[in-house]
Design a protein around this ligand. Sequence first.
Ligand code: CU
Length: 669
Amino acid sequence: MVVRQRGDDEYHISPDAVGGHHTAPARYPLDPLDAGEITRAVEILRRERPVTPEARFVSVSLNEPHKDQIAFAQADPPIAGQPAGTGHSGPPAAVLREAFVVLLEPRQHTTYEAVVSLTAGSVLSWRPVPDARAPFTPAECVQCEVVTRADSRIRAGLERRGITDPGQVRVEPWGIGAFSAPGEAGRRLVWTLLFYRERPDDNPYAKPIHGLHAIVDLDDMTVVRVEDLGVVPLPPGSGAYAADRIGSLRDDLKPIEIVQPQGPSFEVRGWEVRWQRWRLRLGFTAREGLVLHTIGYEDQGRVRPVIWRASVAELFIPYADPRPFQAWRNAFDIGEFGIGILTNSLQLGCDCLGEIRYFDVELADGNGEPYTISQAICLHEEDFGLLWKHFDAALQTTETRRSRRLVISFVITADNYEYAIYWYFYQDGSIEFEVKLTGIVLTSALAPGETSDFGTLVAPQTLAAHHQHFLSVRLDMAVDGLRNTVYEVDTEAITPGPGNPLGNAFRPVKRPLRRESEAQRVIDPLRGRYWLVANPGNRTEIGHEPAYKLVPGSNVLAFSHPDSPVTQRAAFATRHLWVTPFRPDERFPSGDYPNQHPGGAGLPAWTKADRPIENTDVVLWYTLGSHHVTRPEDWPVMPADRAGFMLKPAGFFDHNPALDVAPSPSPHC
Ligand SMILES: [Cu+2]
């Protein structure tokens, strides 16, 4: 396949090089920290606070400024207890830059949070976080593999299974959640799954080493105990999927070229993106990966806010298998690890096709040193088929418009699984969120002839457990301003009678969600349920409250019992929609430190206050569930599955906002 691309330096513009300010980098308050800022934050912290040489840096990210420091056109009066809204249109005169640092002192078994002012060169706050178990870091996962392979009990267990070279064993640390033994309370633990690679290029998930598990203390980096539940033979297959292991490949595809001879239609200035009428900024954190800031739509010369901030705030995967240790399998890939850290470097022509603009991101490693994930965020345009059309039979005329969409994406690898996360922006004012799930399903070994209700046999003696994926998408909304009200809209059929003589009548019924207790909702496709986020203080010309609606796609709830330890830790997944009033410190639906947390933090804790949510700055938390009853066709690598939802204008505009899209220049149209 041939893909035409412009010169790298033409599109791969560093933020510092934009706008001609080559000497003084123009920073915008929401720009992610760059390598220099990460280095400086760590230097300031080491200088001013007793950070030991053993300290492990979990994350160094932008400490985001208050909303009143952000230029995002809107004209709200201030909300009591919150900073005043902004009306200004340019960046503030002084850009205050702050870093939020999470670090772990393993000898003290203590997690610290610090806020460092890069502007003032000083530490603004420093505190130990009681009972927090910091997420595990990549370096700790590597060390965990080393100590597990070296452990004599593990080696003996491997030998019982005919494995003599521990170097061919893959060790995967998993969050232990609430399952540690009573005597282990207070320790920072993981438990391990082991897999065997017969050849170095084998798929390790083809040979799960059954029944042998290490419980490892990450602070001390010691194997606390080893459990051996008994030997089950290794499955015979290799699970190979790489092109050089497949034999003959198809050769019957003709090339597709995506050619944009005049370049793409978007404009990028630093981290700001403009495309058609859309205006937004990109951000990136170690924990959430891609963050979208200040999403607005330019309408008759002014930018109308839609979303203040959008990100995926948790990713929770519960598994169905009740057998010992298999029942421990569940993951919080954001709270226990961080999907920014897990982000891939994307490859042109593979992950994204066409005229691509990539963004590099910079993160801190365990020592606080900056490193770069190159090409971490992909920005491009796609043709998306039909936008709108009508054929007027009397006039014999056709008006057709093709749809173009802006795609902003990143891809993470969480051990066996890939999540490709896409935000799409459309010319009709719609925004779509989509996740594509691919990678390798998690396996365990079965004895020959054995089957299970809790998974599918995907290869001989190889069980892929059924499981679910739940993404909590945090949407800090700002529809035409900060003060919004959320309505649930169901469609109801009218009982036949005098007002409905022919029985055809139905109508949408709109109900405001006034308090947090009323705003813990599930989807109801048979009522056509959606949620409307409206600005009750504004009216459009034809009299509507400007609004966007959240339209669910297919969805599911967790099947784990509500009282089970796993559901307790992921209460957000018991509802599809939660609405809370905006608080800057309410960022993660299972709390700031879900690793080993017994549960109840985050949404269930905050919403106990049952705060009012009408006509105020609201945050929507949408739980997107993907139900995965595994298939043989998911093996040895899974064709991408998709899940998502839409945000559509509903009374935000007075007519189809894509009316002025020009007809295609194609001579055939
Ligand atoms: Cu899955």
